[in-house]
Design a protein around this ligand. Sequence first.
Ligand SMILES: [Zn+2]
Length: 235
Amino acid sequence: MRHYIDLTDQALLQIMLNSIEAYVLIHHKQKTSGIEMHGHFFGNTEKTSTTTRHKIEFFSADTSAKMKPDFCIPHEDCISLKSEITRCFSNYHLLGALHTHPYLEHEIKSPDQHLKFMRTIGCEFSNDDRSAFFDKLSQSGADYLIEGVFAINHRPRKSFEGDGKLDENLFEFSMGNLKCFIKIQVFSLDSGALIDVPTILKCKYLEKFSHIRFSYDFGRIKIKENNEYILEYKP
Ligand SMILES: [Zn+2]
């Protein structure tokens, strides 16, 4: 069954705020920028005879997650706690999760291949991601799992070239000199294996290219002088 996922403007903004804060700013006891972030989607689901439609109304970053440059592990009690709070204050339910793939310049080996790397590897779920999704589905017994990845890297200069829909569930977009990718995929288990279920991602804000109009004056995210591991924002 095909899944349609609608990412609202508000949820997109929340993903941007939390992902970029984790990407740029130095967090407690960390020595480098570019730590991973994990959080959850909340919203509603409607089923028709042939499709399942999800509307992501908001995104909540997991402040209890263990956030490092190469991995991010959510707290095991986070889902049950957040689901209950959401039930008390809204008619939304937990839809899924998203984590980030943050890349600093020195992590991508050939600088002229940055974009190719981000489009083909950076924005894809890793083998570790897929085995974690397999475990989640096996343990929960749910019919499907919604997972997102937000990949980001900083580039030498601003360029909106290439912005648009790369695939039916993947957007590429820019903010200043940052190149961002958002992919949301539904997974399921079939004969004991993890499979990708056809997923269509919709996001009006990105489809209308509103980010280009409003991010023109966004400053620059750059490597801090004399430290290739720390980023800073220059207005
Ligand atoms: Zn990942």
